[in-house]
Design a protein around this ligand. Sequence first.
Ligand SMILES: Cc1cc2nc3c(=O)[nH]c(=O)nc-3n(C[C@H](O)[C@H](O)[C@H](O)COP(=O)(O)OP(=O)(O)OC[C@H]3O[C@@H](n4cnc5c(N)ncnc54)[C@H](O)[C@@H]3O)c2cc1C
Length: 445
Amino acid sequence: MYDPLNDSRIAAGQAYPHSYWAQHTDIAAPTAPLQQDVHTDVVIVGGGYTGLSCAYQLATRFNREVTLLEANQAGWGCSGRNAGFVLRGTGRLGLAQLTQRFGIECARLFHQEYGEAIAQVKQMISLGNIRCDNQPEGYLKVAHNAAMAAELPEQAALLQRQFGYQAEYLSPQQLKRDYMHNTQAYGAVRFPDCFGLNPLALAQGYTAMAKQSGVQLYTGSPLLSWQREANGSFLLQTPKAQLRCKQLILASNAYTPKGLYPALNRACLPVLSSIIVTQPLSPVQLEQSGLQHTQLVMDTRALKYYYRKLPDNRILFGGRSAVYGKDAEKAVYPARLLAALKACFPMLTGLDYDYHWSGWVAVSYDDLPRVCEAEPGLFYAAGYCGSGVSFSSLAGVRLAELASGVAVPALPIYQSQLAPFPLPAFRRLGQQAYYQWGRFKDRYL
Ligand SMILES: Cc1cc2nc3c(=O)[nH]c(=O)nc-3n(C[C@H](O)[C@H](O)[C@H](O)COP(=O)(O)OP(=O)(O)OC[C@H]3O[C@@H](n4cnc5c(N)ncnc54)[C@H](O)[C@@H]3O)c2cc1C
């Protein structure tokens, strides 16, 4: 599997992974690769939610001439292969940690922005009439042990008190009665406004909206290299043609190949996340497991598991995977996920999985993303740390605003670039050490 930390180029025109989503989504015919030289106002690199949302905004709101280059298919990266959790937030810091780091006023602004991100997804779904199987709202953050459970009532109270957010604490008994017979669940906080959807269908919808708004979209067209011209504009090289543009927007996020923009590469750690989708559960299995609802679920482990029931009663179950791309397809990783699912729900013995796939998420050094102008005329949004379905749509809006000279909210994530990892050559070693520690913590602490 392509590994952005090792490969200096991304292959072109690859098919979607063999995911549940690719088998259950109407996929539009791909657009043609770029064959002729182009002169344009803005070029966006990457056809995921970030790039498509940015392109749509630039074209519709700012009347700009936009060309979007996607190496593979629209939504081929994370956007077409994620778990479809539309969450309130991005990065790896909760509101309590944001308050500690930036103060309460700034944390409130983050909270507002995260709500804006969910609203942005809903607005796009409605404007584009996107059929993406959005499910009823609700996300359960489930404590996987008694120590984590002890913190939950105060977490819910803090969200209500400091942020006016209607988070609800669920005792182990309430959780069991209403939501799940998970033997490793000790209580939960319920977030009322998050919801699940089909992520590839959402990406297809964004693609149609971008195309209808006049964006020139070329799939199978990787940006291979770029340079500045004497007047400060950009000259871009693709396999068959060159582009000249005034502004360049990198929306390739975790999939950015090593050679494309070294400053971005040094500031992101691409981490694999893996998903299995089980066979459909029988009515008896649904009743025994309690998984009769479509609430999103994630636990409090250092190495988190996340799951949800899909419309056809299968369970989507995900978590961390291999460290290196070359190991991503090894059978041990889906087997581990299935074993973890059954450890939580022993009544599902005998259940197997039908789909397994993986994708790269971009982890940043300080656990927060950035949306910024990295140097004159060159913008990027990256580092969502595996939480980007809602935020990427808003990041596209903010990128378009930055590129059009419009003020964005005064948040730290819009005011600086991603910081490089110290000793970037040793990031994978650091990741392996973190996984060892995480496994120990999740089992014993
Ligand atoms: C298994 C998995 C599960 C996840 N689950 C969730 C979830 O439930 N909820 C959530 O909030 N987040 C989740 N995420 C994260 C979320 O999917 C991402 O944060 C989000 O989709 C990022 O969107 P993006 O547009 O920035 O990047 P991407 O969708 O990754 O798009 C980047 C695109 O850039 C293209 N590209 C790269 N290099 C070039 C180049 N040189 N030229 C042209 N094109 C290029 C790639 O082909 C790719 O299509 C998950 C991620 C994974 C992998």
